[in-house]
Design a protein around this ligand. Structure first.
Ligand SMILES: [Zn+2]
Ligand SMILES: [Zn+2]
Length: 351
């Protein structure tokens, strides 16, 4: 099959690799009909994840079940499914509590990440490919209703549950002012899902005009980074935002979120900080009586209700799609998404 293969920093190529196989009775093979490039794939693209050359990338995919291991009982061949970006068993102590990112059976193994986040399966191949082997397929695959098209469903694989996790962890109450730092695809998904909790205003902070434009279309007030603190204070009688969500994974955005949140407020961080030297501003958190939440999003346990909201037309992430490319064009997709050029936001791949 054809797949997107990592060769080295900023060097990904689409080439022929061995077809995926059933390695365990609980595996399924899913033929991918839509995949996506994620912001966290850029860590691999930059060479800052221990992905080895020759490894297939990608953890966001939708497809059709092609082959089933003997132990898979809930799926049928030919069924459309979204593959959750991280494998989960659905039955362990953590999964039964919805904390699937802590699944003790899978170790929350993520597709296409090489040794990092490899969980208990060793390395599992990526989904920017024609097909993928899905471990613990009964739970990791979520069957899709026909009314959710692939372009929307692919958001369920990771970034919509991740953006939602950021909003959920903010404990947003009706009438709250929510400030969201970062309007990349995850931040935009937080903008969409924060509104499910009835805030008075969602303030989106970023520096790229095309991202701020979209944030505005999705229902937020949009401000540039250097104007954000002043605007947030103006809108909250000088107190600060009730909830701040960090959706970048960078110290400058985290510091801005700490500054923007009011005393007694909640700071929810969904950005992935890969720089180990960053220190937590303990004293600021202490003096502000802050609630701080972060973590790897619980993807699979949040798919069913987000899918229901999509089905009923309450949320639609498709405006975030900026490009839909053929599999052969994936390297170009990485290039523009990394450079934030050509208005790149969510780049989808159609194998
Ligand atoms: Zn992702
Ligand atoms: Zn589990």
């Amino acid at each position: 099959m054809k797949a997107t293969v990592f060769h080295g920093p900023r060097d990904v190529r689409v080439e022929t690799v061995p077809d995926p196989t059933i390695k365990s009775p609980t595996d399924a093979i899913v033929r991918i009909t839509r995949a996506a490039i994620c912001g966290s794939d850029l860590h691999s693209y930059h060479g800052s994840q221990p992905v080895v050359p020759g490894f297939v990338l990608g953890h966001e995919g939708v497809g059709v079940v092609e082959e089933l291991g003997k132990g898979v009982s809930h799926l049928k061949k030919g069924q459309r499914v979204v593959v959750a970006g991280a494998v989960a068993c659905g039955e362990c102590f953590f999964c039964r509590r919805g904390q699937v990112a802590q699944c003790s059976v899978s170790g929350a193994a993520v597709f296409g990440y090489g040794k990092n986040f490899a969980g208990t399966f060793g390395e599992i191949g990526g989904e920017q490919a024609e097909a993928v082997t899905v471990p613990l397929a009964d739970y990791t695959c979520f069957p899709l209703p026909d009314s959710i098209p692939d372009d929307a469903a692919v958001f369920l694989a990771d970034i919509l549950p991740t953006g939602y996790f950021g909003a959920l962890n903010g404990d947003i109450e009706p009438g709250d002012t929510v400030a969201i730092f970062g309007c990349g695809p995850v931040g935009l998904c937080s903008i969409i899902t924060a509104q499910l909790f009835g805030p008075a205003e969602v303030i989106a902070v970023d520096n790229f005009p095309y991202r701020l434009d979209l944030a505005r279309k999705l229902g937020a007030t949009a401000v540039k980074v250097d104007e954000a603190q002043k605007y947030i204070l103006e809108r909250t009688d000088g107190r600060g935002a009730d909830v701040a969500i960090e959706a970048v994974g960078h110290i400058s955005a985290l510091e801005a979120a700490f500054q923007a949140v009011r005393g007694g407020g909640t700071l929810s961080m969904v950005g992935v900080i890969s720089d180990p030297s960053i220190s937590f501003p303990m004293m600021a958190a202490f003096m502000k009586d802050l609630t701080f939440r972060t973590g790897l999003a619980n993807i699979r346990s949040n798919i069913p209700h987000l899918a229901k909201l999509m089905e009923r037309g309450k949320i639609d992430p498709r405006p975030i799609v900026s490009h839909t490319l053929a599999l052969d064009e994936t390297p170009y997709g990485y290039k523009i998404f990394d450079a934030r050029s050509e208005g790149a936001l969510k780049v989808l791949i159609k194998p």
